[in-house]
Design a protein around this ligand. Sequence first.
Ligand SMILES: Nc1ncnc2c1ncn2[C@@H]1O[C@H](COP(=O)(O)OP(=O)(O)O)[C@@H](O)[C@H]1O
Ligand SMILES: [Mg+2]
Length: 231
Amino acid sequence: MIELTAIRKTYRSGTIEFEALRGIDTDIAEGEYVAVIGPSGSGKSTLMNILGCLDNPTEGHYLLAGEDVSQMTETQLAEVRNKRIGFVFQQFNLLASLSAWRNVELPLIYAGVPRADRRARAVRALERVGLGDRVDNRPGELSGGQQQRVAVARALVTEPAMILADEPTGNLDSRSTADVLGLLDELHASGRTIVLITHEHEVAERAQRNLVIADGEITSDVPTARAGVIV
Ligand SMILES: Nc1ncnc2c1ncn2[C@@H]1O[C@H](COP(=O)(O)OP(=O)(O)O)[C@@H](O)[C@H]1O
Ligand SMILES: [Mg+2]
């Protein structure tokens, strides 16, 4: 599903250049659950932005479902994102003025889903994450764990093939962390490809495979104890 070949990313500000990714080569199969783990500053978010079609690599090729997305324009990338990828971020990124279901509906608006279908699909996604009784609440009326579950509902409402989660439990207590990781397990069990970015080993162990990244390079690629587990 994903093929990365010789991916490099150089940030430039003025005359200063910084190479955040220094030749990433890897494949991720459809339905795999992979954690990218590494310390702060190692290039995890940079890699996530490229995997999520939020940014182009400086060099190299990225094939997503057979399509080379590495040189696409912003408009083309936006379409690929909306069609194929659901995002979950550390900071939830919910709109404070909108109710839970209005937040979840947003990707459907961009995808051109008719108004009449949107509420029903948003409510179903919220039910799936256990928030069927909170659809009309705004983010400020929900706990951190509930807000992250709304964000997961928003990520899955378009039925994307891939869920990308960047430190999704970074702002959560241990109970909400367990909830959100449980949801990712369920999504994986239902056939989604999951890429989870984290700096925590316990979180990375939930995946089937760990890609360890340091200074912009993959330093190891190992199966976890859950590699063979059918969930
Ligand atoms: N927009 C940017 N401009 C310049 N340097 C950046 C930019 N974004 C990230 N970096 C640098 O690239 C490196 C990797 O950053 P990042 O991908 O955010 O790492 P991580 O998510 O693993 O903490 C860091 O040294 C960071 O300072
Ligand atoms: Mg980061």
